[in-house]
Design a protein around this ligand. Structure first.
Ligand SMILES: C[S@@+](CC[C@H](N)C(=O)[O-])C[C@H]1O[C@@H](n2cnc3c(N)ncnc32)[C@H](O)[C@@H]1O
Length: 264
């Protein structure tokens, strides 16, 4: 984080949920912030790292109102021009389905200094937290990250690939589970192709379902998770989830790792 007396905008990726997954550079930016505009998915413990900043939620969760992107950009520019350090705190990585590019370009056009601090994206760490490596030697050597909306775009891309060649990670997918499953089947994809639903990855309420594209529409999300974000994974790597989770759980249980940020 560059020291500057002039105002600036810093886009910070907050990671998928667990505050421990924020980068060191992200922590420094928050400590330096005068103002934080944050998405609804950001953990309050991350916001607590910006004690001297004004903090405003500008994000939305399914169905609820959010602040318009044009208003967010106006606020970023206005406060940076007043000499403030404005942190735009986004879930995951700012450049993965987060409109980070638009905000950076708007700053560039307005001549406002802007920097981007990457974050751990849920597209990789979400499946990973559920024991699903997005690539695995001898199984698959690539992965595709897509949004379930808009539907036509999602379907156009899926028509061009084979699920044996790439793992498909679908964000903003919870409400589209049934249509994802039926579309994959309509493409003639093997009905036993493994599928997973990963909800609230790296949070205390994390929940994972594994099955196949044949049973994906029967995955029923527990009530306690209804407000959490989630994604769908399609591909053979889902078959590794049990073994990988068993292997990593041993370390979690022995607490041999390092002290974690206190749970709420
Ligand atoms: C608007 S997109 C932003 C993605 C974000 N920029 C990233 O890199 O993770 C929000 C979507 O990310 C996914 N997501 C975010 N956090 C998640 C989590 N903890 N567990 C599962 N999915 C998550 C969900 O699919 C959610 O609908």
């Amino acid at each position: 984080v560059r020291a500057s007396s002039a105002g600036r905008v810093i886009l910070v990726g907050a990671g998928p949920g667990d505050p421990d997954l924020l980068t060191v550079r992200g922590v420094r930016a928050l400590e330096a912030a005068d103002l934080v505009l944050y998405d609804a998915l950001v953990d309050p413990r991350v916001l607590a790292l910006a004690p001297r900043a004004g903090r405003f939620c500008v994000g939305k969760r399914a169905g609820r109102e959010s602040v318009a992107e044009s208003t967010i950009i106006r606020l970023l520019l206005r406060f940076a021009r007043r000499g403030k350090t404005v942190v735009r705190l986004k879930s995951g990585d700012p450049f993965v389905l987060g409109r980070g590019g638009e905000e950076v370009l708007a700053c560039g056009e307005a001549g406002v200094p802007v920097e981007v601090i990457p974050g751990v994206t849920s597209a990789i760490a979400g499946p990973g937290a559920a024991g699903i490596p997005v690539t695995h030697r001898g199984v698959v050597s690539g992965f595709l990250v897509l949004s379930a909306v808009p539907n036509e775009h999602f379907e156009r891309v899926l028509r061009t690939i084979s699920p044996e060649d790439v793992t498909v990670v679908v964000l903003m997918a919870l409400g589209a589970r049934a249509s994802i499953a039926s579309f994959a089947r309509s493409l003639g994809w093997p009905r036993d192709l493994p599928a997973a639903v990963v909800v609230g990855a790296s949070t205390p309420d994390a929940w994972t379902w594994t099955g196949t594209i044949d049973t994906l529409d029967q995955s029923s999300i527990p009530l306690r998770c209804r407000d959490l974000p989630g994604l769908v994974v399609l591909g053979r790597v889902v078959g590794l989830a049990d073994a990988v989770s068993r292997a990593t759980k041993k370390l979690d249980e022995s607490e041999a790792a390092w002290p974690r940020t206190q749970r709420r």
